[in-house]
Design a protein around this ligand. Structure first.
Ligand code: ADP
Ligand code: MG
Ligand code: ZN
Length: 555
């Protein structure tokens, strides 16, 4: 048995390494830098903790959240691994005591936040120690293109590279696109790092997207059914977080609240209650969770669509870290896109950044609309083309029939061409439907031969159809701030040959939001509960029901 495996067994009690771990540890032991991209829960920590036990000196771990360092340090101490951390909350005597310990070589690991490295006093301390390895956790924070940019990460390399002990640098992150990986390698000045990317697919997670459901009742219903399980509910604004929590509370379900607007103390309290299973549900903004090491989270429910797939996968990935089953549910409504657009528009960033945020958002929307396997869709996004359909996500288990939409697709493509590929999805849908719309008329689009060629469809259905055609690669949106529809080579070959276009049938609502059913008193209640089931299970938008008495009153 080699040394690393022995440490794995004696200190951590595990028999075998998980994918990537052994390779990374070997590389570190051979003094080669590492850039590891492994999904949440894959076991990144062991990759630097084991070398820390095998090297002389103290391994420095840079981690973005001081709030969670204590838990990690406690866990290591409990495993018999002398570890400490130093942060801004410590008093001078505490710091002195820890410094002394470090000088005496008492600790195997030292956890710090990146800001520590900006202190001259602290750098002096580090310079006096033997530091074989610096592990940078959540390394994507170094990239402006990632989702958690943290300026102090940019200064890590400069500080570390001048240490006399020339430590190896090992960078770890859960989610990184090629762009972010490149930024990490450059930003941390990695020298010819070993690059390890383990599969993104998390077999124990089940992904589900629900479109157009009544979010409130879905939430209540779901949390009720899973009352004895631990879960996180993410919403995009503080207001929405507060409202969701209040709604649950009103219905007798205790939920913790976490967002950046809450006092540190109360926030920490909520977090602890959740971590120690005193409350089972946490309603939070994305401020909650980076580095949260709670293994038994059974579900992560996104009440709103997040701003990009990286954030989504990172947040959703907090479910099932113990390897048991976890549900990742996303409730998608058109309002979510507006909210995210608003957030992008409000943020003061340069044009290139804004463009990229729009692109990311667009890809997130595609996820919400795709009819393909959701798990596969995500891992494709991260560049893993080998994954098979998962067989259990809400799309894989969707038994709606596949229909031939070739004629519709051809009409849509011609219309896009006739509109000179200069307009967006909504306007195109209006033209196809033949909408009596001022803008359409003003732009002279009602004169086109394709005006009204799909008039039997509702505008919303056409938007969905176009979006599916985008997802399937027939159409694409330009990279501009106001994306316009363009046709791809794939669409051209449909127009020029007899190639067919197939699609999962777009849900045909029995009645749509604007329609209503008129029924008598006795049917009313029955229909009301049916409506709830319909909207939850079959993703049919809620519709209005009047009973005839009300209608008579109204007229
Ligand atoms: P990450 O930082 O990649 O999200 P962690 O390092 O927190 O993941 O590890 C997640 C869980 O997996 C922890 O409970 C850890 O003890 C466990 N784990 C790590 N490596 C192994 C292994 N080789 N065998 C079994 N469990 C492991
Ligand atoms: Mg981790
Ligand atoms: Zn699937």
């Amino acid at each position: 048995m080699n040394q690393a495996r022995q440490v794995l067994k004696t200190y951590f009690g595990y028999d075998a390494f998980r994918p990537g771990q052994h390779e990374i540890i070997e590389s570190i032991l051979a003094h080669r830098d590492v850039l590891a991209v492994m999904p949440t829960g894959a076991g990144k920590s062991l990759c630097y903790q084991i070398p820390a036990l095998l090297f002389e000196g103290v391994t420095v771990v840079i981690s973005p959240l001081i709030s969670l360092m204590k838990d990690q340090v406690d866990a290591l101490e409990a495993a018999g691994i002398p570890t400490t951390f130093i942060n801004s909350t410590h008093s001078l005597p505490e710091i002195q005591q820890r410094t002394r310990g470090l000088r005496q070589g008492k600790y195997r690991l030292l956890y710090i936040a990146p800001e520590r490295l900006e202190s001259a006093f602290f750098m002096e301390l580090l310079a006096s120690l033997t530091i074989p390895l610096v592990a940078v956790d959540e390394a994507h924070c170094v990239s402006q293109w990632g989702h958690d940019f943290r300026p102090s990460y940019m200064h890590i390399a400069a500080s570390i590279r001048k240490l006399p002990s020339h430590p190896i640098i090992a960078a770890f992150t859960a989610t990184a696109t090629d762009r972010v990986k490149q930024d990490i390698a450059e930003g941390l000045q990695l020298h010819d790092p070993l690059r390890v990317t383990t599969g993104y697919a998390r077999e124990n997670l089940t992904f589900q997207v629900f479109r157009g459901v009544d979010k409130r009742s879905f939430l209540l219903d779901y949390v009720r059914k899973h009352a004895d399980e631990s879960g996180i509910i993410y919403a995009s604004t503080r207001k929405e977080v507060e409202e969701c929590a209040r709604y649950l509370n009103q219905h007798g379900l205790a939920a913790g609240v976490y967002h950046a607007g809450i006092e540190d103390e109360a926030r920490l309290e909520a977090q602890e209650q959740f971590l120690y299973d005193r409350i089972s549900v946490m309603v939070a903004t994305n401020a909650f969770g980076m580095g949260i090491d709670k293994s038994n989270v059974r579900y992560v429910l996104h009440y709103n669509m997040p701003r990009n797939i990286e954030s989504y996968y990172q947040e959703a990935g907090r479910a099932g870290r113990d390897g048991d089953a976890g549900d990742c549910i996303l409730l998608y409504g058109p309002q979510d896109v507006m909210t995210q657009k608003y957030i992008i528009e409000q943020s003061e960033t340069d044009e290139e950044r804004t463009k990229s945020e729009y692109r990311n958002l667009h890809q997130m929307v595609e996820y919400c609309h795709t009819s393909h396997c959701l798990q596969q869709h995500i891992v494709y996004y991260f560049g893993d083309r080998t994954a098979e359909p998962c067989g259990k996500c809400s799309n894989c288990t969707d038994d709606r029939e596949t229909v031939d939409v070739t004629t519709e697709a051809q009409k849509i493509f011609s219309c896009v061409v006739k509109m000179k590929q200069r307009f967006g999805v909504t306007l195109t849908a209006k033209v196809l439907r033949g909408a009596n719309d001022q803008k359409v008329r003003q732009l002279g689009l009602s004169q086109l031969s394709t005006y009204g060629i799909l008039s039997t469809y509702k505008e919303k259905e056409l938007v969905q159809l176009i979006q599916s055609l985008i997802v399937d690669g027939y159409l694409k949106l330009s990279d501009s701030a106001y994306p316009v529809l363009q046709i791809t080579a794939k669409a051209k070959s449909v127009l020029l040959s007899d190639e067919k276009v197939y699609m999962k049938r777009v849900v045909q609502p029995v009645v749509t939001q604007s329609d209503y059913a008129v029924v008598n008193e006795s049917l009313f209640e029955e229909l009301r509960s049916l409506r709830k089931t319909l909207s939850q299970q079959y993703r049919i938008p809620p519709f209005t029901i009047f009973h005839d008495a009300t209608l008579r009153e109204m007229s």
